[in-house]
Design a protein around this ligand. Structure first.
Ligand SMILES: CC(C)(COP(=O)(O)OP(=O)(O)OC[C@H]1O[C@@H](n2cnc3c(N)ncnc32)[C@H](O)[C@@H]1OP(=O)(O)O)[C@@H](O)C(=O)NCCC(=O)NCCS
Length: 175
């Protein structure tokens, strides 16, 4: 069986990305959205990210079927945060536990490092054990738990930030 591999997302991947996103919205609290996204919203997100030079990558199998995707963008819009980016990674339910999440997350680390970013950070629901383990295995540390920051499916959700300092050169000018 050929290993999954990564490539930049293309407009033809939109339906797969949308399906993975909306499955997570409807069936999990991995993303604190409740209303499914429209195809137009996902298309705008993809082109906005790519036009800004930000990565949106898909993991595909030998038949080019999308197994998952990952991206990062600004953490907060102020200059002082210019070298901190927030990522997300989603793997289709049928493709989990085969290393696809790890492949995508490592690609985000490599891309952000190459781009001169200093911190990669993800906000994760505190009981999302799969995501926390995945991140810790990739060198992320968990910050403290922020209680009851969100609400979905009739219960409060706690947030943990998972952050990784990247190997950027200390001599680079800031920001
Ligand atoms: C979290 C998620 C991305 C993991 O993707 P995946 O492809 O299944 O993960 P991998 O197969 O690459 O696993 C890598 C490591 O993560 C950890 N891990 C993954 N799934 C796990 C689970 N269900 N329970 C515990 N640890 C898990 C393990 O340490 C694993 O290493 P191992 O296989 O050597 O034990 C996937 O479960 C997912 O898409 N979940 C829904 C969306 C989400 O929560 N995204 C993250 C929030 S932004």
């Amino acid at each position: 069986v050929a290993e999954p591999h990564l490539r930049d997302a293309q407009p033809r991947d939109l339906d797969s990305i949308l399906a993975i996103t909306n499955h997570a919205i409807l069936h999990s609290d991995a993303i604190w959205a409740i209303t499914p996204m429209t195809r137009d919203q996902r298309a705008a997100w993809l082109s906005d990210r790519q036009n800004a030079g930000l990565p949106v990558m898909v993991a595909v199998d030998a038949e080019d079927t999308v197994l998952g995707f990952a991206s990062y963008g600004p953490f907060r819009p102020y200059e002082g945060y210019a070298r901190t980016v927030e990522h997300s990674v989603y793997v289709a339910e049928t493709a989990r536990k085969r290393g696809v999440g790890r492949l995508l997350l490592n690609a985000m680390i490599d891309h952000a490092t190459q781009a001169g970013m200093h911190v990669l950070i993800g906000g994760v629901t505190a009981d999302n054990t799969a995501s926390i383990r995945l991140h810790e295995a990739a060198g992320f540390r968990a910050s403290g738990v922020l209680p009851q920051l969100g609400r979905k499916f009739d219960r409060w959700l706690d947030l943990v930030f998972l952050y990784r300092l990247l190997d950027t050169k200390p001599t680079e000018p800031t920001p």
